[in-house]
Ligand binder design. Structure first.
Ligand code: GLN
Ligand code: ZN
Length: 760
């Protein structure tokens, strides 16, 4: 029988209960027993929600106190020396949180590194491997949770990260060696885990191997067969799960692994069906991921069913249905969204609703005539038809404008060499000009003022005056410090995407659409619903006011099209490229309005530019092409003497430097201080022609860097980049910092720039 299962469920809870409990525990207002009780209740609730939705095989092991990769590190005993409990005691929750957040009471317990989970906005804690790495089972959470689910009467499928994905995600510390060499000593632990699960009465285990959708080195591909041949003898049935992309060159390898089932993502990579059928041995289960686990839209059930019917004819009972990936990446439950209109709500599905969709798809194969199936299909058709015809999605004026865009629109009039000459004459800045990235400390007072305004407790006039007073304060300070290019400080902005999204037509917002980003941190991305349009200026009043308060150059501050797109839930009915171009036109309008209002420098932030890179190299050129084009479209309407800046956070620029150059921003500011200016190597090699502001101090720490340190960094920068191309600025925005340290750090930074000027 076609079985409905799920690969994983969000763990934070409908009301972010886990977030609140974790933070309470860290602050000492919640005991460990209370925290554990919250976790137990959430797991029970989530299993029940999935079961009620019709999921037949429930995931266990998807719950994590902080991060599932970290849980595996504890399970395997991969605990860096600096966190190891004294006297060989067992690791506990304190060990786990120290690894995640850094030890609070010792000198050397800095947290493990965190990085993006494939191409999602979830971040995992990077396992640290040493040359003498020992593995030993040291954490019983999985077995306890299996027991817990069984006691509740559930039919479960434990989820573990596969050995190759786990090793791939980690990093080698200390001496240099190949982490793949650790495979042989890691595998016996999987054997132990599977045996214990089998003893608990488990039938199926899900082994996540999402690295199978990456460009894998040959040695890693070969290791797959070796590893799974060894695991073959273990008693459990094994489902290898792949997601976030297509298997492509790994398809034969994945299909042929000696396991009992394979899950593939048909949302991201529909083209791997039906090719997979020809490679799949006849004993194997095929699980089709047909409901998008990474977005908020309802599934087109007819479309999914067409695939399922075909697959069912070939596979019969060996066919399973699931979301494309773990639902960790979708919000929890649409039911609470009482502020969305009925139409829009009828288009959306969060994790609970996605489970219902999976269950209905399975039922549609088993009992096509069932009234529930017929009703769901009718609803799905109504949703698809409604969206296809809805004027809130299709705005002819936006589409016409986009169609009329020519290559020339994404091209500045003069080449950079000519522009910079005019800009220098126009701006009259000293060498090594100093500036900041945009935001100043978001004090509790600022946050409270914004909240009061939002809730209607503060009138518009009072709010405007409060924000203007913040702007004046920021300007006075920048003038006193002697900065050359000023910013208004972004006090009015909650978030660099949401602030703009709220002012564009075509976006929608949820109340509870939270998704875990890392640990207790959640984000609530805006949803791109339809064609995007800017009905009126978004920032011009604030920036013009700021400019009116100073004779120095005031920099206008915007978020770029690629970042707007990457940090939103996108549409599925048009390509990302089209959405980026629509955003670009909206931002272009704003850029031109700022210029017309007398703003001479405009910064268009593209913090997410590099993280948008597809998982497979072969897809990079296409992405980079439309991403750079969208940025240029947003920036290229201005006169030669108007200076366009862009900003990118910590990135590896080596392999994308050509595209960075193709963006043709007059100035790019980047995060470089922690790399000791190493990141400039890419710019140096490329002989990057435009101006660069390499960050001279780390804004993630309250530590105030000395003038000498910044001078030394600037000298290093000047060895790589001609001095006349250099700007002086911090790594990123200062919104998470407090005023005293900000003031001191900027004073030192200005002193460093002045020193460098005397050395010219
Ligand atoms: N202008 C933004 C700020 O200063 C940029 C933030 C970012 O790049 N993440 O906050
Ligand atoms: Zn940044």
């Amino acid at each position: 029988m076609t079985l409905a299962h799920s690969l994983g469920f969000p763990r934070i809870g409908r009301d972010r209960q886990l977030k609140k409990a974790l933070e309470g525990f860290w602050q000492g207002t919640l005991t460990e027993a209370q925290l554990r009780e919250t976790g137990r209740r959430l797991r029970a609730e989530h299993w029940q929600l999935q079961k009620d939705a019709g999921i037949e095989l429930l995931p266990v092991g998807d719950f994590a106190w902080y991060d599932q990769v970290l849980t595996h590190s504890l399970m395997f005993g991969v605990i860096p020396e600096r966190f190891r409990p004294a006297d060989g005691a067992r690791a506990d929750l304190h060990t786990l949180f120290a690894m995640a957040r850094g030890a609070t009471d010792s000198c050397c317990g800095h947290a493990q590194e965190m990085t993006k989970w494939f191409d999602t906005n979830y971040h995992y804690l990077v396992p640290e491997f040493t040359a003498d790495q020992q593995f030993a089972l040291g954490w019983d959470q999985l077995f306890e949770e299996v027991e817990e689910a069984l006691a509740l009467g559930h039919r479960v499928k434990p989820v573990v990260l596969g050995p190759l994905t786990y090793l791939w995600l980690g990093k080698v510390k200390g001496s240099d060696f190949d982490r793949l060499d650790l495979l042989e000593s890691l595998l016996p632990l999987y054997g132990e885990i599977f045996q214990r699960l089998a003893q608990q009465g488990v039938e199926w285990v899900q082994i996540d191997e999402p690295v199978l959708v990456l460009d894998l080195p040959l040695a890693w591909r070969n290791a797959f067969e070796r590893a799974y041949n060894l695991l073959q003898k273990e008693p459990l049935k094994k489902l290898v799960a792949t997601y976030f992309g297509g298997l492509e060159d790994n398809l034969g390898l994945a299909a042929g692994l000696p396991v009992d089932g394979l899950h593939i993502d048909l949302v991201r990579a529909p083209e791997q069906y039906p090719a997979i059928l020809d490679r799949l041995p006849t004993y194997k289960v095929l699980s089709l991921g047909l409901v998008n686990g990474r977005n908020v839209w309802r599934c087109d059930l007819d479309k999914a069913l067409a695939v399922l019917h075909h697959a069912h004819e070939r596979l019969g009972d060996r066919l399973w249905v699931a979301p494309s990936c773990s639902l960790l990446h979708s919000p929890v439950d649409l039911t609470g969204e009482d502020q969305l209109d009925d139409e829009l709500r009828s288009w959306l599905a969060f994790a609970v609703q996605k489970c219902e969709e999976v269950a209905i798809l399975a039922q549609a194969i088993r009992e096509p005539e069932a009234p529930a199936v017929q009703a769901a299909l009718a609803r799905s058709r109504a949703v698809q038809a409604g969206r296809a015809a809805s004027p809130r999605i299709h705005r002819p004026e936006v589409q016409q404008r986009l169609a009329a865009v020519s290559r020339a629109d994404s091209q500045r009039t003069a080449p950079f060499a000519e522009r910079i000459r005019r800009q220098r004459a126009h701006l009259q800045l000293p060498p090594f000009p100093t500036t900041t990235i945009g935001s100043f400390p978001q004090t509790p007072a600022i946050r409270q003022t914004r909240l009061a305004f939002r809730q209607g407790r503060l009138g518009a006039t009072e709010y405007t005056e409060a924000m203007r007073s913040e702007i004046r304060h920021a300007i006075r300070l920048q003038e006193e410090l002697g900065l050359d290019v000023l910013v208004h400080g972004e006090a009015e902005r909650n978030d660099m995407v949401e602030y703009f999204a709220e002012q564009l037509e075509g976006y929608a917002f949820t109340r509870f659409g939270w998704v875990q980003s890392y640990g207790s941190r959640c984000v609530k991305p805006a949803i791109i619903v339809g064609d995007l349009n800017r009905p009126r200026p978004m920032t011009v009043d604030w920036i013009s006011y700021a400019q009116s308060q100073t004779r120095r150059v005031m920099k206008g501050m915007l978020t770029g099209p690629v970042t707007m797109l990457m940090w939103s839930f996108p549409r599925e009915d048009v390509s990302p490229e089209v959405q980026a171009r629509q955003l670009a036109l909206a931002i272009r309008d704003e850029v031109l309005d700022l210029e017309a209002a007398g703003i001479r420098i405009i910064q268009i932030d593209e913090a997410a530019f590099r993280e948008g890179l597809p998982l497979r190299r072969a897809r990079w050129p296409a992405y980079l092409d439309w991403a750079t084009e969208a940025f240029r479209l947003s920036a290229s309407g201005v006169r030669d003497e108007t200076q366009i800046h862009t900003h990118m956070c910590y990135s590896e620029f080596n392999d994308v430097i050509e595209s960075i150059a193709a963006m043709d921003a007059d100035v790019i500011t980047i995060e470089t201080s922690r790399s000791d200016m190493e990141l400039l190597a890419a710019f140096e090699r490329f002989a990057y022609p435009n101006e660069i502001g390499p960050g001279v101090y780390d804004i993630h720490s309250p530590r105030v860097p000395s003038t000498e340190q910044m001078i030394s960094l600037l000298r290093k920068a000047a060895q790589r980049i001609p001095a006349e191309q250099l700007w002086v600025n911090p790594d990123c925005g200062l919104k998470t910092r407090a005023w005293p340290e900000t003031r001191e750090a900027l004073a030192n930074m200005v002193a460093a720039a002045r020193q460098l000027r005397t050395e010219l």
